[in-house]
Ligand binder design. Sequence first.
Ligand code: HEC
Length: 247
Amino acid sequence: MEGRLRDLPAPVRAGLSCTLLAILGGFVASGVHLRFHHANRDERPGLSVDDLRGAYRGIRTRAPLLVALERGHPDDLAANERKALLDWLRGSRLAEDYDDPERGDAAPAEVLGRRCLSCHSRTAGTSRPPNLDFWDDVKAAAVSRDVRPVDTKILAASTHTHALSLGGLSILLGGLLLATRGPRPLVHGAALLLGLSLFLDLASWWLSRGSGAFLGVLLVSGTLFNLLSVLGTAGILLDLWLPKRPS
Ligand code: HEC
């Protein structure tokens, strides 16, 4: 079977090449989709590992400000000031009430400015994280997160389509790779890793719900599968058109 691909008639190779280009386009589109679909899942902009964690495992964190105030930090904070901050942090109007003028001296921005900036400011001599100078700084420390993982029904539907389509695709790519002139160890390794990474990727979608440890597997196997598919497709395209070696 080795090298048979290049022997196919030119129209067949042209048709196959167009199909492979369409598949490459599909991989680009799924990368773009991943960005749009998951980027803000962790309630912070941009695609990060926490977005994947949110999608497959869920995230529950309490705002660092809430945790610190509840444990009695800083110890010289007046009771009414602590209460004003806690009520604000436990409510749902973080941005709106941050510097609400109607609250006067009890507005969160005022209390933080009076009672915290001496230590938590970029300009304080012995600054400690978190910085609380600006709303953007405060926001990062004020938001509690409760990100629920993707609904089981949606994950089942997604597994069903991905397993069948990507499974078919990797069998196809593996078969085509075998028919190229590519060095055998490379082709055999690629065939093994394509299947293995796809299996581990899909399995860890589900296993991540039980244990965060599988998020690493998900990240590595998902990346590997996509990389191998793209490289494999490009390799097949090259093999279809590179001139034959003189026999
Ligand atoms: C006198 C200095 C000082 C003042 C005033 C102060 N802090 Fe702190 N803060 C610290 C120090 C030192 C730490 C680190 C040690 C600790 O956690 O107690 C800290 C830690 C924290 C942390 C924990 C960071 C983390 O991620 O674990 C938060 C949140 C915090 N402060 C919020 C505040 C808030 C809100 C105020 C005002 C109401 C405030 N602090 C006032 C000195 C201060």
